[in-house]
Design a protein around this ligand. Structure first.
Ligand SMILES: Cc1cc2nc3c(=O)[nH]c(=O)nc-3n(C[C@H](O)[C@H](O)[C@H](O)COP(=O)(O)O)c2cc1C
Length: 375
């Protein structure tokens, strides 16, 4: 296995260089769905339909968060050169349902246009922070709460905290949901790169090392990820078991909530955080008061979810700076049962929307670096 080299600090000044830095943004399953094009110094950001998680991300929530993380990363790169980007959403952003489900990006359909500006984007982060940040799926220990002071969180977004016993059960419920649905599970398996013999091992998806899968297990499982003849029967059996577990999990109430702040509980491990959007503060309520949200499968306009993705990336960069690692758990938002139980646990109102769930803590060893198409 090789690890990619950092770009030299002087490489690719201007929008071409910002695009290369932004390629290190996080995306669900490391799909890297973005398609940037620099046209006369302006960045047009589209998406690659063939890289969308049609089964696992039917609302495009994770896609929009990843686009936001990309934009924030590009801004950090621009800031290092005393510049910033004015972000202009195009009408295509709110019409994601018109996208095909396969094939390359359509250059005629950018979702966002980013116009370079002469004043510097105010950010404490550097391009090195963007390049070095990585998620960590290994063991995480308790760390100070860094999510209380993430820079520039707008009033309509907040980081709520969920207690560890509830989180453990929500993750089990979310995982069972994913495995019990063959379409979602097969899509996840398609993005696994369990052996360095996989043709896309250095390009995209998630390697065994990133997932902390032991070498022997990865070697045994690798053929199942690449051959449908082996994969499909296994997924069918796993799906039946998961469906039974999901049924049991749905019936079981969450364990009693500990008193006080979850992260201050005795023997606290990692913190468990939930990015919550309040549509009342945004000025549109849960009944889709803005026309943009009318055609959407999300209860808020896509442009706002992109904005939330920027805040999510700021929070992960902020954690990275403080030596705190992050492990996302989107399965908790994907499963309607887990999401409903989480909402009840947090006492959320109908107008509040859960956008992301992740754990955060101190890792004993660094996480392996994830591949990128641009490496
Ligand atoms: C919106 C979003 C959702 C994600 N959901 C998950 C998740 O549920 N489980 C997980 O292990 N990683 C999740 N990730 C992390 C990605 O898999 C990760 O960013 C990608 O593999 C690249 O790795 P890196 O962030 O270390 O560069 C998510 C990332 C984003 C941006």
């Amino acid at each position: 296995m090789t690890s990619s080299q950092h770009q030299p600090a002087t490489a690719g000044r201007g929008p071409d260089g910002w695009v290369r830095v932004a390629a290190r943004a996080p995306s669900a399953h490391n799909t890297q769905p973005w398609a940037p094009r620099v046209v006369d110094g302006t960045i047009e950001l589209g998406v690659v339909p063939g890289r969308l998680l049609t089964a696992g991300d039917p609302t495009s929530r994770d896609l929009l968060l990843a686009l936001g993380a990309w934009v924030e990363s590009a801004e950090v790169a621009a800031a290092a050169e005393g510049r910033s980007l004015r972000v202009e959403p195009t009408p295509h952003l709110e019409r994601l349902d018109e996208l095909p489900v396969r094939g390359p990006a359509d250059p005629a359909r950018p979702l966002l246009v980013l116009h370079p500006q002469d004043e510097a984007y105010p950010t404490p982060f550097t391009p090195d922070d963007v390049r070095d940040r990585r998620v960590h799926r290994g063991p995480l220990a308790a760390a100070p709460d860094v999510f209380a002071d993430v820079p520039d969180v707008p009033a309509w977004l907040r980081f709520a905290e969920v207690d560890a016993p509830a989180m453990a059960q929500l993750v089990r419920l979310g995982t069972a949901y994913t495995v019990a649905r063959p379409g979602i599970a097969a899509e996840l398996v398609r993005w696994l790169r369990l052996s360095d013999q996989h043709p896309r091992y250095h390009r995209d998806g998630m390697t065994a090392e990133m997932l902390f899968v032991p070498g022997a297990v990865a070697r045994l499982a690798a053929p199942f990820t690449r051959r449908a003849r082996l994969r499909d029967p296994l997924l069918r059996v796993a799906g039946r078991v998961a469906l039974a577990l999901e049924g049991l999990g749905q019936a079981a109430p969450l364990p009693a909530a500990p008193h006080g702040r979850p992260s201050l509980a005795p023997a606290a491990g990692p913190q468990h955080l939930v990015l919550v959007a309040d549509t009342r503060v945004l000025g549109h309520d849960g009944v889709h008061s803005r026309t943009e949200a009318m055609d959407s499968r999300l209860p808020l306009p896509h442009a706002d979810v992109v904005e939330a993705g920027r805040v999510l990336q700021r929070s992960w960069l902020h954690a990275h700076r403080a030596g705190v690692s992050v492990a996302p758990h989107s399965e908790v938002v994907d499963s309607p049962y887990a999401e409903a139980a989480l909402r009840r646990r947090l006492g959320l109102r109908r107008a509040e929307v859960v956008l992301a769930v992740f754990s955060a803590g101190r890792a004993a060893t660094p996480a392996p670096r994830s591949p990128r198409l641009t490496d």
